[in-house]
Write a protein that binds this ligand. Structure first.
Ligand code: PPS
Ligand code: ADP
Length: 203
């Protein structure tokens, strides 16, 4: 482990509030969490599309995509999942500083890791629990992974032989096996508007 004892923090001339003023938005992280197949990517994509239509600058960090690059050295054992979420949380912190409305779609199964992310980002962290029964996720099985996990072809699969700890006090709960995608998007956009993250220019 390399420690930063000879590393000195550099202040920048342009700060988060300057970037936010340029973009006319308050940066925030919408942290989606839920089982594989619960709808994190689908809903986050739909929210991002709606935000773009409202003229907001956004960026979506998606589990599968980040694991193709930044986190391609990580697997699905507990310590690798912890490191996965730690790195993502640090990336989110940079995106917050950049003034961007950031969406993340990671299973992030462990409550302690989500809590660490929250600590790093303070009141800019919005936990969105995409609640969906294992049964419904498994019947959706958009990538055929549950079938493989049940057949023993994938080990440590979340919900099968690896834990998912439900959020206790998330800011937003989406029940994706009961609500339509559009309903879920409305709930999230309304939350952001109510919190004053940007103004609805279409009103
Ligand atoms: N063992 C195992 N368990 C869970 N998921 C698996 C596994 N192996 C591969 N996949 C695929 O990887 C995606 C989850 O990656 P994440 O980075 O979101 O996982 S985690 O937050 O570190 O738990 C997950 O994406 P989503 O289905 O979008 O959630 C799967 O497509
Ligand atoms: N209300 C809903 N919200 C989100 N996804 C839904 C909903 N109803 C059905 N689905 C379907 O469920 C699947 C969810 O897959 P995905 O978004 O990849 O989940 P995750 O990112 O959590 O693994 C998609 O095929 C999507 O079309």
């Amino acid at each position: 482990m390399i420690h930063g004892k000879n590393i000195v923090w550099h202040d920048t001339n342009i700060k988060q509030e300057d970037r936010e003023a340029l973009l006319q938005q308050k940066s925030v992280v919408l942290w989606f969490t839920g089982l594989s197949g619960s709808g994190k990517s689908t809903i986050a994509n739909a929210v991002e599309k709606r935000l773009a239509a409202l003229g907001r600058l956004t960026y979506l960090l998606d589990g599968d995509n980040v694991r193709h690059g930044l986190n391609k050295d990580l697997g699905f054992g507990v310590s690798d999942r912890v490191e996965n979420i730690r790195r993502i949380a640090e990336v989110c912190k940079l995106f917050l500083d950049a003034g961007i409305i950031t969406l993340t779609a990671f299973i992030s199964p462990l409550a302690a890791d989500r809590e660490n992310a929250r600590q790093l980002m303070g009141d800019r962290f919005i936990e969105v629990f995409v609640d969906c029964s294992l049964k419904a996720c498994e019947s959706r099985d958009p990538k055929g992974l549950y079938k493989k996990a049940r057949a023993g072809e994938i080990k440590d699969f979340t919900g099968i032989d690896s834990p998912y700890e439900k959020p206790v006090n998330p800011e937003i709960v989406i029940i994706s096996d009961k609500q339509s995608i559009e309903d879920c998007v409305d709930d999230i956009i309304n939350y952001l508007l109510a919190q004053g993250h940007f103004k609805d220019v279409t009103l």
